[in-house]
Design a protein around this ligand. Structure first.
Ligand code: PEP
Ligand code: MN
Length: 283
């Protein structure tokens, strides 16, 4: 693969040779391996019933991991902030039943120990991409980190944040493109699909695409997910809710379970077209 030099100042995240790739292992899954993975679940863990119902649909659709926020970064303090530890306990119960590894956000350095006790992957949200104490803290954690791109971050800044995590010794960094703030008002953000080949040509780290926050509109999620896979993304992260109209956050961009099933079929076709497959789901 071609090598693209972004900056001499990015050291640990920089690709050292054309075939240099990092594969991040999460349970039985390999992120950045030959086949793509799909992470699906609700924006927020709202209740035991909502999460278990969603987790079963995520497993039935053949996805590889379950997402769901217990600590939520909300634009306003009046909005639902997440169930906290109770949400983590519900996620762990869903993992026990379905076998799906869990991806969940950690908002503050002081919460890392708690979240790490439940999560399989620690998510750093877009708003916290440049929270350096938090990056250092998850860099010292035992679990892999999914680092979302900040909504106004250049790729160099994003890789600089990955550098903070790698520099503390955690080699399990998965990058996540989730859309950047542009002038378009039709979509919530503008999904930078070009970030996928830019990362693959400049860095050895795997990159997944989040079309839910990228588009913000349910009908646009599937086409953007497929665009990401066609561009070479190592995975897709999508929001799903059994009844999006009742969701406590991000209902407008959440797929319904039948839509997730349909998307998985299309992801398989597009992955196949670019010489990849989809990894096996939970057994
Ligand atoms: C989320 O994944 O629900 C989330 C808050 O995403 P972001 O940090 O990309 O806005
Ligand atoms: Mn969300």
């Amino acid at each position: 693969m071609t090598t693209l030099k972004i900056s001499d100042r990015i050291r640990l995240a920089t690709k050292q040779s054309p075939d240099h790739r990092t594969v991040v292992e999460v349970g039985p899954h390999k992120v950045g391996g030959e086949d793509v993975i799909v992470i699906a679940g609700p924006c927020s863990v709202e209740s035991r019933g909502q999460l278990m119902e969603t987790a079963r649909a995520v497993k039935a659709a053949g996805c590889q991991m379950l997402r769901g926020g217990a600590f939520k970064p909300r634009t306003l303090p009046y909005s639902f902030q997440g169930l906290g530890e109770e949400g983590l306990e519900i996620l762990a119960e869903a993992r026990k039943e379905t076998g799906l590894p869990i991806v969940t956000e950690v908002l503050a350095p002081g919460d890392v120990e708690l979240v790490e006790g439940y999560a399989d992957v620690l998510q750093i949200g877009a708003r916290n991409m440049q929270n350096y104490p938090l990056l250092r803290r998850v860099g010292a954690a035992e679990k892999p980190v999914l680092l979302k791109r900040g909504m106004a971050a250049t790729i160099e800044e994003w890789l600089g944040c990955a550098e903070y995590i790698l520099n503390e010794g955690n080699t399990g960094v998965i990058l996540c493109e989730r859309g950047i703030r542009c002038f378009s008002r039709v979509t919530r953000n503008t999904l930078d699909v070009s970030a996928v080949p830019v990362i693959h040509q400049s860095s050895h780290l795997p990159v997944v695409i989040d079309p839910s926050h990228g588009a913000g509109v349910r009908s646009l999620v599937a086409p953007m997910a497929l665009a990401g896979v066609a561009a070479g993304a190592d995975g897709v992260m999508v929001e799903v809710h059994p009844r999006p109209e009742e969701a406590l956050s991000d209902g407008a961009q959440s797929l319904r379970p039948p839509e997730l099933e349909e998307l998985m079929k299309q992801i398989r076709k597009v992955a196949h077209a670019v010489g990849r497959g989809v990894q096996h789901g939970a057994r």
